[in-house]
Design a protein around this ligand. Structure first.
Ligand SMILES: Cc1cc2nc3c(=O)[nH]c(=O)nc-3n(C[C@H](O)[C@H](O)[C@H](O)COP(=O)(O)OP(=O)(O)OC[C@H]3O[C@@H](n4cnc5c(N)ncnc54)[C@H](O)[C@@H]3O)c2cc1C
Length: 319
């Protein structure tokens, strides 16, 4: 067995759709389940990255070992309605694989720029469909026991944009999905509609999708739009003029810029509506002290009676 070689001091920015992120100490790109398992057995700690489409990577980069799944991109048919996907299969490829054999249930994947592993961890969804509806079994490397376990959909405990997979502890290796027999014309129409909608409503500048989860029945985008957030900027990032729940990198954005803007968005929605937005984006890497403070504020579920000394200085006027 030849040990998988690491790429050293690789810039993380091309591996995040924000195009933000400093150097990764050691990055690994396994191509098969065996390669991934052998690698993981030999590592004490690891950060896992799919397509980086929901991840804000620290501008100081990621210390230690990072497993990037995008070469784990196999697709296998297991029955007339069942497909197995490697954790790194891009969701557009998954949608196309299901469409090719007229299977219904994967249409939403066409417009989501992530991987199957990231979609399971985040329970990604759109068009009224979500990953939880199609997952049958998930092959998970459990870091504590260093073994591969097969989880049922129940064990994944899917919720809105959330699952029981713990960051960097439970690593998705492959996923079996069950779809319904469908009508090719209807499947294609749904997929084309999704692509057209995204072209019309989503920014083209680098971004990480929705920064906050929707506080149902409201949408974070509508609440923020109403407050004029589309004109807000911070350093090298700004709220997208096309979608108030997206932050775009205008060129020189940093992870601190994104977090500061998110804090302003969260604080303002609380001030105006009394609603506490929760981040959908995930922060990873070697964060500064200020970033740690901003992130801890962003994760607070209750902002009422907040001690003003906990609020970042530039926001104190809001409280
Ligand atoms: C333009 C745009 C539009 C988007 N639209 C949608 C949408 O409509 N609906 C939606 O739900 N999301 C959407 N997203 C968000 C994002 O695409 C999804 O959350 C996607 O599932 C993330 O997959 P990823 O591979 O990029 O994950 P990453 O960003 O790489 O990782 C996200 C998290 O999952 C973990 N992870 C990744 N791979 C694995 C693995 N194999 N095993 C264990 N953990 C893993 C990472 O450690 C991290 O904690 C959008 C993003 C963008 C940029």
């Amino acid at each position: 067995m030849i040990a998988l070689r690491a790429q050293e001091s690789l810039s993380a920015a091309p591996y995040s759709t924000y195009r933000i992120g400093g150097p990764i100490d050691r990055a690994y790109f396994p191509c098969s389940m065996n390669e991934a398992v052998d690698l993981l057995k030999g590592l004490d700690a690891v950060t896992v990255l799919g397509w980086g489409s929901n991840s804000l990577i620290a501008s100081r980069g990621i210390r230690g070992d990072v497993l990037i799944t995008r070469k784990m991109d196999w697709v296998e048919s297991v029955s007339s309605t069942g497909l197995i996907f490697g954790a790194g299969v891009h969701l557009a490829k998954s949608a196309a694989a299901a469409q090719k054999v007229s299977l219904h249930g994967a249409e939403y994947m066409i417009g989501i720029p992530g991987t199957m592993g990231g979609a399971v961890r985040m329970n990604a969804g759109a068009l009224g469909q979500e990953t939880a509806q199609v997952v049958q079994r998930v092959w998970v490397f459990e870091r504590e026991s260093k073994t591969v376990q097969v989880w049922s959909a129940n064990e994944c405990q899917f919720q809105y944009r959330h699952s029981a997979l713990e960051p960097n502890k439970h690593i998705v290796l492959q996923v079996e999905c069950e779809f319904a027999p469908g009508n090719l014309a209807e499947i294609t129409q749904m997929m084309e509609g999704s692509i057209a909608f995204r072209k019309a409503h989503h920014p083209t500048e680098p971004n990480g999708g929705s920064v906050f989860k929707n506080p149902k029945p409201e949408t974070a985008g509508a609440l923020l739009d109403e407050m004029g957030a589309k004109s807000w900027t911070e350093g090298g990032v700004r709220v997208s003029p096309m979608h108030a729940n997206f932050i775009v990198n205008t060129g020189e954005g940093t992870s601190t810029d994104v977090l500061r803007l998110m804090v302003r968005m969260k604080a303002s929605v609380f001030e105006r509506h009394g609603l506490t937005l929760q981040p959908e984006n995930i922060l990873m890497g070697d964060i500064t002290e200020e970033e740690a403070r901003l992130w801890s504020y962003l994760q607070r579920r209750d902002l009422s009676g907040i001690d003003v000394s906990e609020v970042p200085e530039f926001l104190r006027g809001l409280f």
